[in-house]
Design a protein around this ligand. Structure first.
Ligand code: SF4
Ligand code: SF4
Length: 140
């Protein structure tokens, strides 16, 4: 979560901008989370698949990206479209998320989404309060 701290201390919040170009790239190279934890081992993944059949569509593609397993989805067609679009899991609907950014992830260079950042509400509020106090002190 070092990225979370990095944003926090600069008073910034990551924001997702752009839109999907339907290239299917994110379905070929995916890191997955379960119950708030990144999936890091085949053993862990097998256990999750037994509990939650939604995960059975994913297969391990590569061993590690920052120690996390990398998956691809079996339901991606050769044309790059989803063969189960109506029933796709929530994680597919939500992609990409701010949470993902905090965990070190980012959309690929070919993705239509990109990460921008904005000043956090807490930082703006602090600045406004400080400015108002300054004004009050000058006025009195
Ligand atoms: S990689 Fe980006 S543009 Fe391509 S399908 Fe996924 S979200 Fe859409
Ligand atoms: S279910 Fe569909 S949208 Fe989700 S990863 Fe698989 S192909 Fe992509």
């Amino acid at each position: 979560m070092w990225r979370h701290c990095w944003y926090f201390f600069r008073g910034k919040t990551p924001v997702i901008r752009g839109g999907c170009l339907q290239c299917g790239g994110c379905c070929r190279y995916i890191t997955l989370m379960y119950e708030g934890k990144m999936i890091r081992s085949r053993w862990q993944f097998d256990r999750i698949c037994k509990k939650d059949p939604v995960f059975r569509r994913f297969v391990v593609a590569e061993n590690a990206f920052m120690k996390n397993l990398v998956f691809r989805c079996n339901l991606l067609s050769e044309e790059g479209t989803c063969l189960d679009y109506e029933n796709r899991p929530q994680l597919c609907k939500d992609y990409p998320t701010r949470h993902m950014v905090y965990y070190g992830g980012a959309p690929s260079a070919h993705c239509g989404f990109y990460i921008a950042e904005t000043t956090s509400f807490a930082r703006i509020l602090k600045k406004t309060i400080r400015a108002n106090r300054k004004k009050e002190r000058k006025g009195s």
